[in-house]
Design a protein around this ligand. Structure first.
Ligand code: GLY
Ligand code: MN
Ligand code: MN
Length: 490
């Protein structure tokens, strides 16, 4: 009585696009198969309003069209990645795709097709449609909506995003057949790249990626609003952490990571990068994300963390806090030096300034302090010329911020690192001093101390605005803020 309905028994053209990897297809009776086809309500959503950023993404697509006339442009969202066996990492859509669509749906691909009259492009968003219930895809396919949840129909997605939509399962074949110049953003969708393999070149594709990176240098009002939301949630996340430092002392740095993550996940999409919850000497390891160390009274906690909003804009904020609420004299001396460097850096952020200016301003202050403390021989100009301060300052003083924490990373040197600041850019200013635990060139009491202060700064028409100003920075203000929050502990 039981006919096996397995992937093998489906007709070739009815093959589900992705089988469930666990391969468990229990026997399905004809009656059950028939039952699963029918009896489902029409849930199509009608009269949907476009998402708020739809006009902005349309403007970006128009600019992209103007930059590459007559060429087919393919911008994939990316696919799920296997974590282990049949589990996948949380999906995070490719930044280029999100910026041009406002969408975040896996396996989708934006294509700009040059019009035959030679004027501009037609944009089409290829994506998975609602699951077919007739052929069993709805419940037998690994991407069936019964397993993964309801998707927007193509018509719904078109209304929400303001772009015509089509079935992505037809795209690879169509791209293989197509003629004419084409470029693809690489690194996100191996299937689409394979379909285009004999039509694209690495150099031309890189030009597209560079253009899209530079297109994000200046943020519009919507993006600035999202970045402010990301920062505001991040400020609340830092407050959450201060309130539970006693619990972190009783467990590990993981308590801090988990506490911040709770805020990120409840108010936003995720953290924008792995939180650096670095207590004691871990603060001197720039990318400390193991977060499995002890949290000890008397040490510093360097917390570098950022909430990513539901639209995928991220904050990137660091505070270096005394775990017991009060800096020691040496911790304060080092902290105040970094604060002074950050103040000098922030003051150098204004339209028309060179991007490098804020870095140079902060480095000069840090070099002056290192000379003053006798850690490196002056004069300061010699130290800066030879870069000797870098043994302890380690990294650049900041970077663009947006959909990516290190946004616009493939912009050309002349438009970014050697470029000029303009209103609408958002960047971090994050000087630091790091004395490694095994650094024999500094007095013993310095060893194992790391301090960074990082804020997110918007370049305005007449200077800058610190988006993260709500989080105290000056050492005495940090202490007062911590005292207030820890008094609120239950
Ligand atoms: N959190 C990474 C950075 O500060 O650049
Ligand atoms: Mn950071
Ligand atoms: Mn940063």
């Amino acid at each position: 009585m039981t006919d096996e309905l397995t992937p093998e028994t489906l007709d070739e053209d009815e093959q589900p696009i992705k089988q469930r990897k666990n391969g468990l297809y229990p026997g399905v009776s004809d009656e059950l198969a028939a039952s699963m086809k029918t009896g489902w309500a029409d849930t199509e959503l009608r009269d949907l309003e476009p998402i708020e950023q739809a006009p902005n993404t349309a403007r970006r697509r128009e600019a992209l069209s103007r930059r590459f006339p007559g060429e087919r442009l393919v911008i994939p969202a990316g696919n799920l990645k296997t974590r282990s066996n049949d589990t996948e990492y949380d999906f995070r859509a490719a930044t280029e795709y999100v910026h041009l669509t406002g969408d975040q749906t896996e396996d989708s691909v934006l294509v700009l097709e040059p019009r035959e009259n030679g004027e501009g492009h037609d944009a089409t968003l290829y994506r998975l449609p609602r699951s077919n219930r007739e052929n069993g895809e709805f419940w037998l396919d690994g991407m069936g909506e019964l397993w993964v949840g309801r998707r927007n129909s193509l018509a719904e997605a078109a209304a929400l995003l303001g772009v015509d939509c089509a079935d992505v399962r037809e795209l690879a074949g169509a791209l293989r057949e197509a003629t004419g110049p084409v470029r693809v953003v690489r690194g996100h969708d191996a299937g689409i790249e394979a379909a285009l393999a004999d039509k694209v070149t690495a150099e031309r594709d890189e030009e597209l990626r560079v253009y899209l990176s530079e297109a994000r240098l200046i943020k519009d009002e919507f993006e600035i609003g999202e970045l402010q939301k990301a920062v505001d949630s991040t400020v609340r996340g830092f407050e959450d952490v201060v309130k539970v430092l006693d619990k972190a002392e009783a467990t590990s740095e993981r308590y801090i990571e988990g506490t911040f993550f709770l805020r990120a996940r409840v108010e936003g999409n995720d953290v924008g990068y792995g939180s650096i919850c670095a207590a004691g000497p871990h603060a001197t390891t720039l990318h400390w994300v193991r977060n499995n160390g002890q949290v000890r009274s008397g040490d510093l906690l360097l917390l570098d963390a950022g909430v990513e909003t539901n639209t995928l804009y991220t904050a990137d904020v660091t505070r270096t806090l005394p775990i017991n609420g009060t800096y020691t004299d040496l911790q304060r001396k080092i902290y105040d030096a970094v604060y002074e460097a950050q103040e000098a850096g922030i003051a150098a952020v204004k339209p028309g300034a060179a991007f490098r200016d804020f870095h140079d301003a902060a480095q000069r202050v840090l070099a002056e302090k290192l000379v003053e403390w006798g850690l490196v021989e002056g004069p300061v100009d010699r130290v800066l010329e030879l870069g000797l301060q870098r043994r302890w300052t380690l990294h650049g003083t900041g970077h663009m911020l947006g959909l990516d924490v290190h946004d616009c990373a493939v912009a050309r040197t002349e438009t970014y690192v050697n470029g000029t600041l303009e209103a609408g850019m958002v960047l971090t200013v994050e000087p630091g001093l790091y004395f490694q635990a095994d650094d024999l060139t500094v007095p013993e009491e310095y060893r194992g101390i790391g301090v960074r202060i990082e804020d997110d700064i918007l370049v305005t028409e007449d200077g800058n605005r610190n988006l993260s100003a709500a989080l105290p920075r000056r050492s005495d203000e940090v202490e007062a803020w911590m005292a207030r929050l820890t008094r609120q502990r239950a």
